[in-house]
Write a protein that binds this ligand. Structure first.
Ligand code: SF4
Ligand code: SF4
Length: 373
């Protein structure tokens, strides 16, 4: 079945600004059918890493908030903590980064709530019927919310080719343990060269899976027992040397399929309670988690909105691939209109896997009808 993807280009007039046009896009695409009055509405976005400037401008989020409030909903902006220690690895750092990037209450007119608690451990176990995952670990506040509006910045991604709605939901709503499961099927590993044997990681492991091993008279190194480890990822955050890292053992197709299964888990208790928006602007070659953003690969195209998470990503990737690459971007090959831009940047990543598998799991349709407003 073809689902509808609504599209606004970036033309504006004094009578209708881009912000007002975004309001019209959301209304036309049916945001009012997504939640009831007084529902708690999670608006899931990426607040941007410190140093990255490609994320969605906060003034657009204020329009999303205003629209939800105008329909009687009670919105909050949310994201889950990252797997890695850094500027968004725990709630205080994450909120500080979000505010520094412009997502202050005074700008967006809604509270920010980090979905998975102080250290990424506040999660709900959600059963999934997938090839890889039996139980998904999703940030508590996402599961608890009555409705979910995904506002994704569409861009390239090192492991999934591109990141759009599916990635914003599947990876973005997972707790630290959920993110680790998607990134790797096994426990994290200590890089012995980097470990100084300080022991900081040992008391932080709830499973007592980490021990210090004596390597000579004076030196100790941490070791993780893979049989005891449950893959929560807590130790990755704690190590001051960055010596504990996920093992990149999962193949890229498996990574994408796990991400899609997590998306299914996020949507599980929200039938007819979700709405999706992709900003096809500042289409950087890499994820907004990187603390910088290279020049966009194509011109700013516009914004799309839909009730179908698969159709919206398919439409977004099609619109980007239909464009010629910008002269100043990183791409050396396949620059012409109609070529696969994401395959050109990440030749080892077969991005259609995420859309194919999402369609197979019944999350939506790769066929769509594009309606320009
Ligand atoms: S916290 Fe890091 S540096 Fe310290 S013992 Fe653990 S792995 Fe080694
Ligand atoms: S991932 Fe969690 S369970 Fe495994 S060693 Fe680290 S802290 Fe312990």
């Amino acid at each position: 079945m073809k689902n509808t993807v609504y599209f606004m280009d970036l033309r504006a007039t004094p009578k209708e600004s881009l912000i007002a046009k975004l309001g019209r896009l959301m209304e036309t695409a049916g945001i009012s059918d997504t939640f009831k009055k007084r529902d708690l509405v999670a608006v899931k976005l990426h607040f941007g890493e410190l140093g990255n400037a490609a994320f969605i401008r906060p003034i657009y989020l204020r329009k999303v908030v205003e629209t939800i409030k105008g329909l009687g909903g009670n919105p909050f902006l949310t994201d889950a903590n990252t797997l890695y220690a850094g500027a968004r690895g725990d709630t205080p750092s994450h909120l500080t980064t979000a505010i520094r990037n412009g997502f202050a209450y005074a700008v967006v007119d809604a509270p920010l709530v980090i979905a998975d608690g102080l250290r990424g451990k506040s999660e709900r176990a959600v059963p999934v019927e997938g090839k890889h995952i039996e139980t998904a670990y999703i940030g508590t506040e996402i599961v608890e919310a009555d409705a979910l509006i995904s506002v994704a910045h569409f861009k390239g991604h090192e492991l999934s080719g591109f990141g759009g709605t599916i990635k914003n939901l599947g990876m973005g709503c997972a707790s630290r343990r959920g993110k680790l499961v998607q990134h790797s099927g096994v426990s994290p590993k200590v890089t012995r060269k980097k470990c100084i044997g300080c022991g900081d990681c040992v008391p932080h492991c709830s499973q007592e899976a980490i021990a210090l091993e004596k390597v000579d008279e004076k030196k100790y190194k941490a070791h993780i027992d893979p049989d005891a480890c449950i893959g929560c990822g807590e130790c990755i955050l704690v190590c001051p040397q960055g010596a504990i890292n996920p093992q990149w053992a999962t193949s890229i197709p498996d990574f994408m399929e796990k991400m899609v299964e997590y998306t299914a888990a996020v949507l599980k208790n929200k039938e007819n309670k979700t709405f999706y928006i992709n900003f096809i602007t500042n289409v950087s070659p890499a994820c907004d988690c990187v603390p910088s953003n290279d020049a966009p690969i194509v011109r700013d195209i516009g914004v799309v909105a839909s009730r179908d998470p698969v159709a919206i990503d398919q439409a977004s990737v099609d619109m980007i691939n239909a464009e010629p690459a910008l002269s100043a971007c990183c791409m050396e090959e396949n620059r012409e209109a109609g070529s696969d831009k994401f395959k050109s940047i990440y030749p080892k990543v077969d991005w259609p896997i995420q859309l194919d598998y999402a369609e197979k799991l019944g999350l939506g349709s790769r066929e769509y009808e594009l309606v320009k407003i």
